[in-house]
Ligand binder design. Structure first.
Ligand code: F6P
Ligand code: MG
Length: 441
């Protein structure tokens, strides 16, 4: 049997991977350098001269990184000792062992895109931790917070919808409940349009009322397995014994507006009794500009709680309560910020794999998670999702993702070709979305 197809890579000139390495990630680095500059006086106030020196050091390390990337230098091992340093360096050696061309060294434009892009964010983190006392500075924090503030109108609309629904949720018949479930799922899907990596770190917030747009957006859902999710959870609810749990895990993506959509979905799942426990997974270090860390998660819930709007602040208070009562659980794991495909999880992070196996359903938010689910490879569009997962089946799972990378599986024959003929960038513009399910019901 033939092995899996090749990885997407910057060596394909003109591909989205190539353009990302050539233009988008250097732009993100430049923005990170700029952010450090702008915080100079804050570092001085906090740490005196040492803060100023640290800022200079972090900037020079990031400038060096940008130069390495733009001149396609070999990818070098990480030097600063951190929890995942050895795993990263082993992975780099493994990449090296696969090469028998050129000087045998992995390079930015030559190696798998998934690897080099993850490596870039890991090197940004290295530059910051090598620069104490500003070693806990998140160069992307400001833009994540700005995304949240700019989406206020949509946050209000969404929290109001949820709270008004709460008043009657016990009396809703099956059909209405299903309808609402589908609404919250779609809101969470389109919330994924708001990532800050695709926009090169520029503002990308939600300014229109997303609930009103759902009908118009339906034609852009290319794979729609929402019915499977409903069957699975509504059956669990029906056959649930009194004390048993229905656990849904959400592998989070972006903070800001997208996180609000995920938390409202999680709240709806508990309130409708379609789930009894939600487990969230975030990133341990700043990642792909807008990804959620524990700091972002707590910060956002606090902001929501302290809102002047009564329904928004009610949501925040409820969410804090869920956390206190252990009905919402947040998990950290270094695996999420490694370069590995998810099919390697059971070997590289068996503890995390075992944790995910406890879920009745796992929701994977966003594009990067999809790339890791499918290995970021050049699959044919019609290859079944189950096959592209290459053995990753911890529990029934669903990818909820807007398309922002040139990988898509599980389409109908001709569907991909038809889209490509009418819209050359259908795979990367974030205009289309999927609910793609795998697993027994
Ligand atoms: O920069 C590349 C990329 O991985 C794209 O595929 C996508 O635009 C973005 O970064 C991350 O998107 P998401 O936040 O949905 O994972
Ligand atoms: Mg992201």
């Amino acid at each position: 049997m033939a092995g899996p197809p090749a990885f997407l890579s910057g060596r394909d000139v003109g591909s989205f991977a190539y353009l990302t390495i050539k233009d988008r990630i250097p732009q993100i680095l430049t923005k990170a350098i700029d952010t450090l500059h702008r915080h100079k006086s804050e570092f001085f106030e906090k740490h005196g001269e040492k803060g100023m020196e640290a800022e200079k050091k972090a900037i020079s390390l990031l400038s060096k990184l940008r130069n390495e990337m733009q001149t396609d230098k070999p990818i070098i091992p990480l030097v600063e000792k951190f929890a995942d340093t050895d795993i990263w360096n082993q992975y780099l050696e493994y990449q090296q062992s696969l090469l028998n061309e050129g000087d045998g060294k992995p390079r930015w434009f030559y190696s798998p895109w998934l690897f080099v892009e993850c490596y870039m964010y890991r090197r940004i983190h290295e530059a910051v931790i090598q620069s104490p006392p500003i070693d806990d500075f998140d160069v992307f924090r400001e833009s994540k917070e700005q995304n949240f503030f700019e989406s206020q109108e949509s946050v209000i609309a969404l929290c109001t919808h949820l709270q008004e629904l709460m008043e009657t949720i016990e009396d809703l018949d099956e059909n209405r409940l299903k309808n609402e479930f589908f609404k919250f799922l779609q809101i969470s899907l389109w919330g994924n349009k708001c990532d800050l990596s695709l926009s090169g770190g520029e503002s990308s917030s939600q300014k229109t009322d997303i609930i009103d747009s759902l009908e118009d957006l339906k034609p852009f859902i290319l794979v729609n397995d929402m019915e499977h999710l409903w069957s699975l959870l509504s059956n669990c609810k029906k056959i649930k014994e009194k004390a048993s749990t229905i656990r849904v895990d959400i592998v989070l993506d972006n903070s800001g507006f997208e996180l609000v959509t995920d938390l409202t979905l999680a709240d709806f799942l508990l309130s409708s009794k379609l789930a009894t426990e939600i487990h969230f997974y975030g990133k341990t270090i700043p990642w792909f500009v807008s990804d959620t860390t524990i700091h972002d998660f707590n910060w956002l819930i606090k902001q929501v709680k302290h809102s002047n709007h009564k329904w928004v602040s009610k949501c925040g208070a409820d969410w804090e309560n869920y956390i206190k009562m252990g009905r919402w659980v947040y998990h950290d794991h270094i695996f999420w910020t490694l370069p590995h495909e998810f099919c390697a999880m059971s070997q590289v992070a068996p503890d995390l794999y075992a944790e995910l196996q406890k879920a009745r359903l796992i929701l994977f938010k966003g594009d990067l998670n999809y790339r890791k689910l499918t290995g970021d490879r050049k699959w044919e569009f019609t290859v079944p999702f189950h096959q592209a997962l290459t053995g990753f089946h911890p529990a029934p799972l669903c990818s909820i993702r807007t398309l922002k990378a040139e990988v898509q599986v599980g389409l109908q024959p001709g569907q991909g070709e038809q889209l490509a003929a009418s819209e050359p960038n259908w795979l990367t513009a974030g205009k289309y979305g999927i609910f793609q399910f795998d697993g027994p019901l």
